[in-house]
Design a protein around this ligand. Structure first.
Ligand SMILES: [Cu+2]
Length: 478
């Protein structure tokens, strides 16, 4: 397996901590580097398509304590769902009714949030839907969703960062008639891969305890080792001409600027909430915490190419792809992938404004991360939205550091970023958007189907340390 942790961390901290932060500007970094060939086969999370119970698709997820061997000879205490670290990829279909029995055995209260899903607030798994240790929560809802790679993670009030860090996360892939028919790679684990990208801070004993210090609370908790589906320094042996990578930035706080190490182009075909209308060829992809992108990589026989985070000095590797000497042909990517119903700003009933702000407290007070000057109060409803309304939400990052806006219930569209049209790969259904320091985005969304004056949805920064520090608010749809 891989280099022992002590050497790994020392070497790479020395190599990167001084220069890397400068090179990457304001972005928090994950630091580690791999110079030679990758050492571990990529772990592929199990797929779980549930079981049919009288027309309802039923899943069982157990949140549990685990022990994971990330580095040979080192046992690391972790959390997982139906396993030691992370959880299975749930497969579900648009139009189906699903029930997920979530049993908590981790020894403390948690929650499980369906990130990116459009569903009733009571089923959302936010801070109000707590699951005490030893109990089972069984949300049931109808999937009303375009095909997309979504995810689930703990959303426990003030503990989200720690729970996700320790491993309480996994993916949800929604399928529909369009994704069934589309000519893109879709054989799970063969040419269609989930890639949960994370970084974790390991100590010299192989531990990855969540010990956030002052700087971590300000900047977000950043690691010294890259993990892909919980694998350190992984490789994948490809057998097809094209591989589709469904990438989730599952980190607490790191922004990944991804590219292939030979700078060959790849094609983005989907964003957070499903397919782009047309594929976008690119060589670099920025993903903030919680954002997703599906990309297709073209391979030549015998090729070895690596997906790297090139935003730090060492350019650490998330995945080495080793193409077989003979590759099964893959069809060309369709020129048109889907149609998106673009919302018209003229139809917006309301424009709301949100300032994301970070203040450094200095000697007298603590640091603060706020939205419109407020920190989260679970008893306070910040915004009330009328069901059926289209709204514009203007988000300003008035801080110097980047933040990530995420809101529950809806997939939004980006009208503009700093007054200019969004990049081609952000003309999409999205539920999370990265804002660099000083940036302004205008989002448009429609609040459909579900209203409940007693159960709020969340909006928050998806840097999890910021969320836990109170950079979160609540809205109800009535
Ligand atoms: Cu933030």
């Amino acid at each position: 397996m891989t280099t022992p942790v002590s050497e790994f961390t020392r070497r790479n901290f020395l190599k990167t901590t001084s220069a890397a932060f400068v090179l990457a500007g304001a972005f928090p970094l994950a630091v580690s580097a791999q110079q030679s060939g990758a050492t571990n086969p990529l772990k592929i999370p199990a797929q779980d398509a549930g079981r049919d119970e009288g027309g309802v698709r039923v899943y069982d997820l157990t949140m549990q304590k685990g022990v994971t061997t990330f580095f040979e000879g080192y046992k690391t205490a972790t959390l997982g769902l139906n396993g030691d670290y992370l959880g299975p990829t749930l497969r579900m279909r648009d139009g189906e009714t699903v029930r997920i029995n979530v049993t908590n055995t981790i020894g403390e209260t948690s929650t499980l949030h369906w990130h990116g899903m459009h569903l009733p607030a009571k089923m959302d798994g936010g801070p109000h839907q707590t699951i005490p240790n030893g109990t089972t929560w069984s949300p049931e809802f109808t999937v009303k969703q375009k095909a997309a790679a979504l995810w689930y993670h703990s959303h426990q009030m003030e503990k989200t960062a720690e729970h996700v860090w320790r491993g309480l996360a996994g993916m949800v892939w929604v399928d529909d008639a369009e994704s069934d028919a589309i000519e893109l790679p879709k054989t799970y684990g063969t040419d269609d891969l989930p890639l949960v990208l994370q970084d974790r801070r390991f100590d010299s004993n192989g531990g990855m305890e969540y010990n956030a210090g002052m700087r971590d609370m300000m900047m977000g908790m950043v690691g010294n080792v890259a993990l892909t589906n919980g694998t350190v320094d992984p490789y994948f042996e490809a057998t097809t001409e094209k591989v589709r990578l469904r990438i989730l930035n599952g980190s607490n706080a790191s922004f990944y600027y991804l590219g292939l190490d030979n700078d060959q182009p790849f094609t983005q075909v989907a964003s957070d909430g499903g397919f782009l209308e047309t594929p976008v060829e690119m060589t670099r992809l920025l993903l903030g915490p919680a954002e997703r992108a599906e990309i297709v990589v073209d391979l030549t026989p015998g090729q070895v190419v690596s997906l790297r985070n090139i935003s730090n000095a060492s350019g650490f590797r998330f995945l080495e792809i080793r193409a077989a000497e003979t590759l099964t042909p893959s069809p060309a990517i369709p020129a048109r992938l889907t149609s998106i119903e673009w919302l018209d700003p003229k139809d917006a009933a309301v424009t709301r404004r949100f300032d994301m702000e970070t203040r450094m407290g200095g000697m007298m007070g603590g640091n603060s991360h706020t939205i419109n000057g407020k920190v989260m109060d679970i008893k306070r409803i910040d915004e009330t939205v009328k069901k059926g309304d289209t709204e514009i939400w203007e988000i300003r990052n008035v801080a110097g550091m980047p933040h990530v806006w995420h809101m529950h219930d809806v997939q939004f569209q980006i009208l503009d970023r700093n007054g200019k049209p969004p990049a081609a790969n952000e003309r999409a259904r999205k539920d999370a958007v990265t804002l660099r320091g000083g940036e302004v985005v205008r989002l448009i969304m429609r609040f459909e189907d579900y209203a409940d004056p007693d159960s709020p949805f969340m909006f928050h920064c998806h840097i999890l340390e910021h969320e836990d520090a109170g950079m979160m608010g609540q809205f109800v749809v009535v």
